[in-house]
Structures are given as C-alpha cells and as structure tokens.
Design a protein around this ligand. Structure first.
Ligand SMILES: [Zn+2]
Ligand SMILES: [Zn+2]
Length: 252
C-alpha cells in the first residue's frame, strides 16, 4: 500500500462535495466535517473527523490544533466544538455497529494527537481495544494511551477554553519538545498499569484482554437468550395460550 501523502487530509477537507470520495475512504459527512476511515487503523474501529474548510476559516488555520488555537479564541472554540458534535454522532454510529457486530459496546476515545503526523486538523475516534495488526510499535501505542498525555482528549482541550488566559496560552502552544518524549515512555497497559518489555508482549496482553471480553459477553448473551427461551416455553406450556388470553382481555 502506498504511504499516504502528508497533505491528503487537506485535499479531502477542501472537497466541495465529499460524497465524491470513494466509500473505502469516506465514512460520513456533515455540512461542517467529514469522517474518514483511518488508513492505518490502530484499533477495531478508528476514524478521523476533519473540519471542512469553510470561510472565514482557512486551510492554513486548520492545518493543526496548534495553528487553530492561534486564531481568535472564540472562533477557535466554535470550530473545535462543532467538530466535537460531529464526532459524537460518529461515536453513536460506531456504538451501533459494535452492538450489531459483537453484541456489546466498549469505550471509544475521542481526541487529538498533541503532535500530529499528518497535516490538517483531525479528531481521532478510536475504540479502546487497540487490537489491530497496524499497531506495530511503541510510538503507535503511546500515541493513543489515554492517560499518558500525548493523546489529548477532546473534553480536556475544550476545558482549556474556559481556563485562565495564562493556562490557555501555555496549553495551546502544544510544544513538540514537551510531548514527543512521551512517545518513548516505557510500555504500560493503559487499563491495568501492567508494564511490558516489548510491543509483542503488550499486543498479546491486549489481544487476550479482548478475547476474554468477547468470551464473557458471549456467555452473558447466551444466558440472556436462554432466559428468554425459558420464559417463552413457560408461556407456551401454560393452559391458556398467550393469544387467547389477549382475546379474553380484548372482549372484556
Ligand atoms: Zn493523527
Ligand atoms: Zn492490562
């Protein structure tokens, strides 16, 4: 697979008609954003929500979170909030798909990378399993670790707008040298804090956690189905069938 160009997201965001994008790229779009499948998903579900370039916003303002936070604060807030609303819709669609495919849903994280690897602002919507053959190295993993600090949860970024001006100034600087070292931190399971010597060991742990979850949920669903069946059987074996009882009630 060819390596996508660093500016491909911008070409998508500039499209007047996003529905012209191939269905292998585009997941959904609104007046203000488009959501694409991450070309290298780091979890079972992984999408990018991009703001469309709508004046007065310019492509260069929307180049990254850092560039956006340099524009007038309330305008920047508006763009981040709108993007967040669209991401919430995407979260809802992903949850529906989770239930349809797996019979249960699990956590979804919505946030930005503090130091992005591609141009044009994009909000990651990623399922918390982190089970994917595309997750290949420490940098990949640490960039989504929800407590490490490199991954900036949308709600945290939104809170910066309400903080005092000096804090906003500090956070919105998004200094590379402050965040990039986090990617080199040692590997720790985000959920149980267990340390791992290398990526294969961590990936085995993530896979086992996921398999265990699927197994537990399957048992839970089977139990539920059995209970429903028992109730139905109890009903059928009662002296009066359900429809008869309903009829009686109707005529009374
Ligand atoms: Zn990214
Ligand atoms: Zn763990």
């Amino acid at each position: 697979m060819p390596v996508p160009s660093l500016t491909v997201l911008r070409t998508y965001a500039l499209k007047a008609n996003p529905s012209e994008l191939p269905s292998s790229v585009l997941f959904s779009h609104t007046e203000t954003s488009l959501t694409i499948f991450d070309a290298f998903p780091k979890a079972i579900f992984h999408f990018l929500v991009l703001p469309r370039v709508i004046p007065p916003a310019t492509a260069s303002e929307l180049s990254s979170l850092r560039s956006l936070l340099k524009v007038e604060k309330e305008r920047a807030r508006g763009i981040v909030e709108t993007l967040g609303k669209d991401a919430e819709q995407v979260r809802g669609m992903v949850e529906e798909e989770m239930v349809k495919r797996y019979g249960f849903k699990w956590d979804i994280w919505v946030g930005f990378h503090s130091v992005p690897s591609m141009e044009h602002l994009h909000l990651h919507v990623i399922s918390s399993d982190l089970v994917s053959p595309r997750l290949k190295n420490k940098k990949h993993y640490n960039s989504f670790h929800p407590k490490l600090g490199f991954f900036l949860h949308l709600k945290d970024v939104l809170s910066w707008f309400d903080s005092d001006p000096s804090y906003y100034a500090m956070m919105s600087g998004l200094k590379k040298d402050q965040y990039e070292p986090l990617l080199k931190e040692s590997l720790v399971c985000w959920e149980c804090d267990k340390p791992f010597k290398n990526i294969p060991a961590l990936k085995t742990h993530l896979q086992e956690k996921w398999d265990g979850r699927v197994e537990r949920e399957k048992k839970r669903l089977d139990k539920k189905r059995t209970r429903v069946r028992e109730l139905e059987e109890a009903d059928e074996s009662s002296s009066e069938p359900l429809n008869k009882r309903v009829d009686t009630r109707d005529t009374s």
